[in-house]
Design a protein around this ligand. Structure first.
Ligand code: GLN
Length: 507
């Protein structure tokens, strides 16, 4: 969980008004980087409590463990936004007994596996089944839960009773999961179409909304959701699959595997294991989160959504400052006299305007660690992604603005004896900034919205928090409505604030 410092950005818009906007920008940047420094160490860690002097070889170490977002009862968020579930409780209890810390990253199943492959994390605990294929790339701990897959359809569906009824219809599965592998193995025989998505919650929504007729998922998870009234019912027999275990990259983190196995044996022995299982499975209704009206939901979801909003605002503002620096720099290269610099700027714009944001998010977060053999902090990956993308657009905004200042202005300044640099700085740029401001504010708003794409790498922004909430309570429509309202209010306020600053500076 990120720590709780006050952020206090953008509080005194008018103070240095009328002076050089640069000074203000720099002060703003400085303030934001301070905030960033304060925020970084807290990025979504779940530290185990103090351990009573364990002599385990991993005592005192911290392991980064990735998990699925939405796999109740194994991992989900309770109404206060805490990651809970069988996997989480087992992991924390074992960490406590063995004296190590865990930093949980809730990424989604497929993304968790990618994070493991690129060494962004040390292990994956995500109701992950041991399969022969996976054994070739991962080492597993001892198994801790027996599982397998099953098919479910919408509660109201009276047409699909068996695999035979699936011909020509669409079945939804989770990308990279054992459910997907099973569906593929019978797909030809029963002639259905496959749709792969990232999360259990999305799969269930697809079935309920009629975009798919059936879902194949792990049966303990289906059973848990059905007990919570998620609108589905199972129609086929359970298909036994691999047991759940924690995975690490082959040959790596063997001390972690040993420690997990020792801890697991210890909690099995004294009954803690059974207590955790019973806590979630004996009475699934007891864990049912978020029933009640919209207001009730809003109240429950508020702390998590506000944390998300805070992360959205902070990463957007930091990225905006970096993007402005890039945009002004490259923008001036575009309008300057050097053809070489002009070309460099052109190439930069071409690359980042011509490629999707998400590609860069994956590149910086999953790709770069493989290149450099070192994990990349999620804030840094996020800022690079947003800033490089927006910087390209701001470059063009600046080029356009400078271009629309009457060329006579520069000539007049130069004929008065000012050099090129001084003429640009004193005469052309102030007018260009004024022209560019509305477009820059527009770009800032676009960035707020684009930052939601970072949920794909598990960055805890607003929409990500919303997903985490509906993954646990299955109230997708209402949760998304709340998220949309918060974005709208935040963006309206931000635009208003930006316009106030604009009026002060560009009077
Ligand atoms: N048990 C399944 C697998 O290992 C699904 C895991 C998950 O969706 N988190 O593929």
């Amino acid at each position: 969980m990120a720590c709780d410092q006050e952020t206090g950005f953008g509080s005194r818009p008018g103070e240095s008004a009328g002076r050089a906007p640069w000074a203000m920008l720099m002060a703003f940047a400085l303030a934001l980087f301070t905030i960033m420094a304060l925020v970084l160490p807290g990025a979504s860690s779940a530290h185990a409590d103090d351990n009573p002097g364990s002599d385990s070889p991993v005592a005192g170490r911290t392991f980064r463990v990735a998990t699925d977002t939405t796999f109740a009862p194994f991992e989900f968020r309770d109404s206060s936004g805490q990651m809970v579930g069988i996997d989480m409780d087992l992991m924390r209890e074992i960490a406590k007994r063995e004296g190590f810390d865990v930093e949980i990253q809730s990424l989604g199943f497929n993304a968790a596996l990618q994070a493991l492959s690129s060494n962004q994390v040390d292990a994956v605990i995500a109701g992950m089944s041991i399969t022969d294929q996976r054994r070739q790339v991962y080492d597993f701990t001892d198994p801790y839960f027996q599982s397998g897959v099953q098919m479910a359809v919408a509660k109201s569906n009276e047409d699909v009773h068996s695999y035979d009824d699936l011909r020509g219809k669409t079945v939804v599965v989770k990308t990279g999961s054992e459910g997907e592998a099973y569906a593929k193995s019978i797909q030809e025989q029963y002639g259905f179409k496959l749709d792969g998505v990232d999360q259990s919650a999305t799969m269930y929504e697809k079935v309920k909304s009629g975009n798919a007729v059936a879902v194949i998922d792990d049966y303990p998870v289906l059973a848990y959701g059905i007990a919570q009234n998620n609108g589905l019912k199972t129609v086929t027999d359970k298909v036994p699959g691999g047991d759940y275990a924690v995975a690490v990259n082959k040959g790596m983190n063997t001390e972690f595997v040993d420690a997990f196995n020792r801890g697991l044996a210890s909690i099995r022995q004294d009954g803690e294991y059974q207590r955790i299982i019973d806590h979630y499975l004996a009475d699934p209704e007891a864990n049912a989160a978020g029933q009640g009206g919209l207001l009730q939901l809003a109240k429950q979801a508020f702390p998590a959504l506000m944390l998300g909003l805070r992360n959205t605002v902070i990463i957007t503002l930091i990225s905006f400052v970096v993007a402005m620096v890039l945009g002004f720099g490259f923008g001036l290269m575009r309008v300057g006299t050097s053809r070489v610099l002009d070309w460099i700027a052109k190439i930069y714009v071409g690359i980042f305007r011509g490629t999707p944001l998400l590609v860069w998010a994956f590149f910086f977060y999953f790709g770069v660690p493989q290149l450099i053999g070192h994990p990349v902090n999620i804030w840094i990956a996020g800022v690079l992604t947003l800033a490089l993308n927006s910087g390209a657009y701001i470059t063009e905004i600046i080029r356009g603005a400078v271009g629309s200042v009457d060329p006579g202005q520069l000539e007049a300044a130069r004929s008065l004896g000012l050099g090129y640099g001084k003429s640009m700085q004193r005469v052309v740029m102030p007018q260009a900034v004024k022209i560019a401001t509305p477009s820059l504010i527009n770009q800032l708003v676009i960035m707020v919205k684009d930052s939601s794409l970072l949920l794909a790498i598990g960055f805890g922004e607003l929409l990500y928090q919303g997903q985490q909430i509906y993954a646990a309570n299955f109230r997708v429509t209402e949760t998304l409505l709340l998220v949309a309202i918060i974005y709208l209010v935040a963006i309206t306020l931000l635009t208003w604030l930006a316009n106030v600053i604009d009026r002060r500076i560009n009077r």
